[in-house]
Each structure stands twice: as structure tokens, then as C-alpha cells.
Write a protein that binds this ligand. Structure first.
Ligand SMILES: Nc1ncnc2c1ncn2[C@@H]1O[C@H](COP(=O)(O)OS(=O)(=O)O)[C@@H](OP(=O)(O)O)[C@H]1O
Length: 431
């Protein structure tokens, strides 16, 4: 991947017409020198993580250090971070990330902040409350990872997650997000039920969208804005939008992009100090081609106006995403790591999967591995190769297990004395 020359556009963004700020420091010796000094400082200061006094009195300093005016906050930590809060926004590839987090949690024996009782999300569409987490009353702030759907509410999340937690989330271009949401929520969301298809809905959204049906309609307008805890029907004024973006920026250390998923995985593993293998994934929750509707150019433009809060949110974090890449690993290294990630993914797909692409639910042999279906969407899944050695099977099965089944398994493992969730599933292999 070549760095964009004489233009403000990253080459990958040019086709989508998404503007990116021009980096102020280019790939030069000066930049590498500064980064090296920064890394050394970061290593020394990161060691302070072991210091209980610092942990207690300067919790924020563990995520971001500022020394002699030089911020090290975006540099790779010297040891893997195990406390992470992922705001699982809807229809943004969030289930694929959840699978990555579940596998990491299992590998390192971490504690998950899972939905209490028979629930599959953390109180959505209500604002999150600490008591929605199983065991909160007895366990307090001793969880490592939180990643189920919720409507974000920072003060309550802070009651559950330790002060050293890295907060991150993911945003998707609101145009493709709308089409995905329409298919998935077709029979649930009143505004979608009343219209024939996504183009008809967008030609005249107010004909179908009734504000009094508030939370039932959140999938139809500014879905991401709502998930971040804000009013998806709020007036789009400059001051308000800037205030919300500033608040989100303050709360979240990292914002990923669905549209640049592999680039996002590289950034994620660097932010958390993880290995490349920790973020290798199989795409989950994808749809069959015949349930993807083609949007007219007018519909695509209309989304930017109808979901203007989401559009501004996405544009802002698209800019900061590329700026952060430029300021940390740079486009060239990013490209190399994305290639490594794709090679590793291909290797694992060849090792694990019977078919080279995700398959229709009716073709999934083990019915227990079928993903949850909704609306008009035909959500695809996988078949594993037969006769794999136990260790390989263990790895492969985790990569393809849909979120509800995986969560039920982890819930039963973490709370053996509690009643199992209804999608009870076992990932135990061998004795
Ligand atoms: N790796 C990767 N890269 C790009 N896109 C991906 C990836 N993984 C999943 N997806 C797409 O994300 C959509 C599903 O999102 P979620 O898992 O967040 O859905 S859900 O809210 O949990 O139901 C769904 O989008 P649509 O197919 O458009 O519906 C998936 O295809």
C-alpha cells in the first residue's frame, strides 16, 4: 500500500470519498527517533503497572503517560492488556470481535462480565446498569472483559470494570449499516415493517417512522448514536454533535472501522499489546448474497441526511483512525501486517473448513452450530472438516461458534452453579 502523495485522501478511502487528515510527520528518521524514545519511555512507565500505589492513585496514568510534553498513549504496551471493554454496536461486525475476545478470555482464563440469568445482552435498549451483569453484587470490579450488546452508560460501566480497562468500539459506514439493519430487523422494527424495501423506506422515511415508537425504531435511524447512549432523534446542531463526539473520544481509547476490518485488527492488537494470532478471525454473522439489497444512489445519499448524527460520528472517527495509523505504525507497516493477518486467516480456513466460504444455514451439518436468524437476513455459518486432531478441533470450533452458543458455554463455565442459558452448548473436546 502506497502512502497517498499530494492528497488528503488515503488510497483505500479515495473510492469511498472519505476524507482523511494529512499526517503532519511523514515517514522519516525524525519520526522513527521520536517513536523509539517514546517506546523506551513507555516501557519504563509501563513497568509502573506493577506498582500498586500507582494503580490506586493514578489509574489513568496506566493507560496514557505524558512526559516532557510527549504523549505515549498510542504506543504498544509492553505486556498484553487483559482488561477490555468493547461496546458492541449493532451490525458492525461486532460479533466477529466478540468471538476474538471470547477466545482471548478463554486462553488467559479471564473473567467476563456476562448478562445475568437468561439474558443475552446487557439490558438493551435500556441504558446499561451494573446489576445487569451476572455476579456483580459479589464480584464488584473484578471482571476483565465486557463485550455484550448494551446501550452505553459510562458511570455504570465503571462500577463493573477496573480502572485500567481499555475501552474500544467499532463504527460502520451508516449507508451499508442501514441496509444490513433493514434486512435483519425487517419484521421487528415498525418503520421497516410498514415499507416494502430499504429504498422505499429511504425515499420517504417520515411516512414510516413514528417517533412515539421510540426504542422499537432505533434500528431505523442513527443506530450507532443510540448504542453510544445518546438520543438518536436529537436535533443535529454543531455544538451538540461536537460535545457528544468529545465525550465519546474521552471515554474510548480506540475506535475501529468495519469497513477497514483487517486494518482495525492490526490497530487493536497493537493497542492491547496482543499477538497477531490473537486477532485472527473467521467472518461471523455475514449474509447470503440474495438477502443483500441493492441501494439506489438516492438512497445512499439520503442515509447521510436521515442518519446525519451517525454520518458525522463515522466521518470524525474515520479521520482519527487514519491519523492514528500515520502516527503509530505507518501505512507501510500496516499493509505488511494486514497481509500477515490474511495469510494466517487463509491458513486456518484451509485447516478448519470444509467449504472455502461461509455457507447457508440449511447446509450446516451440526444444527447446534447454526447462527441465530432474524428478519429477511439469511445468516451464514460454517462446517468443520472431519477427523481433526483434538487440539486442532479445539481451535477450529471456537473460530466458528456463533455468539449465543459461545456465550452460553462461557456462562456455564464461569457460573457452574447457575441455570444454563437456553442455547446451552459445549466446547469441551476429548476427556
Ligand atoms: N470481518 C468482517 N469484515 C467486514 N464485515 C464483517 C466482518 N465480520 C462480520 N461482518 C459483517 O457485520 C455484520 C454483522 O454485524 P454484527 O455481528 O455486529 O451484527 S449483530 O448486531 O451482532 O447482529 C454483517 O453485515 P451484513 O452482511 O451487511 O449484514 C457481516 O457481514
Amino acid at each position: 500500500m502506497q502512502q497517498a502523495k499530494g492528497t488528503d485522501l488515503h488510497p483505500a478511502c479515495r473510492k469511498q470519498n472519505v476524507y482523511v487528515d494529512k499526517p503532519s510527520i511523514t515517514k522519516s528518521g525524525r519520526k522513527f527517533g521520536v517513536v523509539r524514545i517514546g517506546r523506551t519511555l513507555h516501557f519504563i512507565l509501563d513497568s509502573l503497572d506493577f506498582c500498586l500505589f500507582c494503580r490506586k492513585h493514578f489509574p489513568c496514568a496506566l493507560n496514557s503517560y505524558r512526559v516532557w510534553g510527549f504523549s505515549t498513549k498510542h504506543l504498544r504496551p509492553s505486556h498484553p492488556q487483559t482488561n477490555a471493554m468493547f461496546l458492541k454496536t449493532h451490525k458492525t461486525a461486532s460479533s466477529t470481535i466478540m468471538n476474538i475476545l471470547f477466545r482471548f478470555a478463554e486462553k488467559h482464563n479471564l473473567t467476563l462480565a456476562l448478562p445475568a440469568g437468561q439474558n443475552y445482552h446487557l439490558g438493551y435498549p435500556h441504558h446499561f446498569m451494573a446489576q445487569f451483569v451476572e455476579g456483580f453484587k459479589t464480584m464488584g470490579q473484578s471482571y476483565n472483559i465486557m463485550c455484550n450488546h448494551m446501550r452505553f452508560n459510562l458511570p455504570e460501566v465503571r462500577k463493573v470494570m477496573p480502572n485500567t480497562t481499555t475501552y474500544f468500539s467499532i463504527l460502520r459506514n451508516p449507508v451499508s449499516l442501514m441496509e444490513s439493519s433493514y434486512a435483519y430487523n425487517k419484521f421487528f422494527t415498525p418503520a421497516f415493517r410498514r415499507s416494502k424495501d430499504v429504498n422505499e423506506f429511504l425515499a420517504s422515511p417520515w411516512t414510516y417512522y413514528n417517533m412515539s415508537e421510540y426504542t422499537n425504531n432505533v434500528h431505523a435511524r442513527n443506530y450507532m448514536w443510540f448504542d453510544f447512549g445518546y438520543d438518536n432523534n436529537a436535533m443535529d446542531t454543531e455544538d451538540y454533535v461536537q460535545r457528544v463526539i468529545a465525550e465519546i473520544e474521552q471515554a474510548f481509547q480506540l475506535m475501529l472501522l468495519t469497513d477497514y476490518f483487517d486494518e482495525s485488527m492490526v490497530l487493536l492488537k497493537d493497542t492491547l499489546g496482543w499477538e497477531l494470532d490473537d486477532v485472527v478471525y473467521f467472518k461471523l454473522n455475514s449474509r447470503s448474497q440474495d438477502t443483500i439489497e441493492s441501494m439506489t444512489p438516492e438512497s445512499k445519499e439520503k442515509v447521510k441526511e436521515w442518519c446525519s448524527l451517525d454520518w458525522k460520528l463515522y466521518q470524525h472517527f474515520n479521520r482519527t483512525f487514519w491519523r492514528r495509523i500515520q502516527e503509530t505504525i505507518g501505512l507501510e507497516k500496516l499493509d505488511q501486517e494486514v497481509n500477515l493477518l490474511r495469510m494466517r486467516q487463509k491458513e486456518l480456513m484451509e485447516l478448519c473448513l470444509l467449504d472455502p466460504v461461509p455457507i447457508d444455514k440449511t447446509k450446516i451439518k451440526d444444527k447446534k452450530l447454526q447462527p441465530f436468524q432474524s428478519g429477511r437476513a439469511n445468516i451464514l455459518g460454517y462446517n468443520l472438516k472431519e477427523d481433526m486432531a483434538n487440539e486442532t478441533l479445539r481451535t477450529c470450533l471456537r473460530l466458528i461458534t456463533p455468539e449465543l452458543q459461545y456465550m452460553s458455554y462461557l456462562y456455564a463455565r464461569q457460573f457452574p452453579e447457575k441455570k444454563r442459558k437456553s442455547t446451552a452448548f459445549s466446547l469441551r473436546i476429548g476427556a
